[in-house]
Structure formats: C-alpha cells, structure tokens
Design a protein around this ligand. Structure first.
Ligand SMILES: [Zn+2]
Length: 112
C-alpha cells in the first residue's frame, strides 16, 4: 500500500473544489428557478419576478440563461434575440389584431 502524498491530497482538493463549484451552480439555478413563473394560456414567455421582466422560455429551459424578451413589433409576438425562439407575448393582442384583419377583409369584400 502506498502512502498518501501531498500530490494525492492536492488532487483530492482540486476534485472537491470542482464538486463544490458544480453544486453552487446547481443551487443558484434552483434559487433562481423559484423566481421564474412559467408561461400560461395568455403568453408563452416566462416571467422573472426579481427583475419583473419577461424572459425567453427556451433559453431558460435549455441553457438556464435569463434572456429578456419584449413585444418589439407590437404585434402580440416576441422573438428571442439570443436563440431566435418565437412565442406569443399577448394572446389578447393577437385576438384584437385577428379581429381587425377580419374586419378589414370584410370591408374590402363588402364594398365591392
Ligand atoms: Zn432564447
């Protein structure tokens, strides 16, 4: 049996440090995750309550990244600038735009 050397101990410490770093990362994820509200029937984005901001659900689920998203084009949808994910920002707005389009089309056809 060989005696434990300084090198062995150093290697062990390095391994433990790595474990701790991984556990910290995981812990941070769970801490953060408590402040993330999932999407619902009105919108697809997740909501980060700490910062009061809408975030990309794809970036969060896949990479655990907080990427704010917004309804840039005011069309009821959002597109994530990081991963390109598209989702519904505001279901009500989509319905309103839908109704408007229907009304416009009706008018176009009724007038002729
Ligand atoms: Zn994303």
């Amino acid at each position: 049996m060989s005696a434990t050397t300084i090198e062995d101990l150093q290697a062990e410490i390095a391994a433990l440090r790595k474990d701790i770093a991984e556990i910290r990362t995981e812990l941070n994820f769970y801490k953060l995750d408590r402040n993330i509200q999932r999407g619902d029937e009105n919108h697809d984005y997740y909501f980060y309550t700490d910062k009061q901001s809408a975030i990309c659900p794809c970036c969060w689920e896949k990479d655990h990244k907080i990427t704010p998203v917004s309804d840039h084009d005011d069309n009821g949808y959002f597109t994530c600038e990081r991963c390109g994910y598209q989702g519904v920002y505001d279901r009500d707005k989509l319905d309103i735009i839908d109704d408007m389009q229907t009304t416009i089309f009706k008018k176009l056809f009724d007038d002729k």
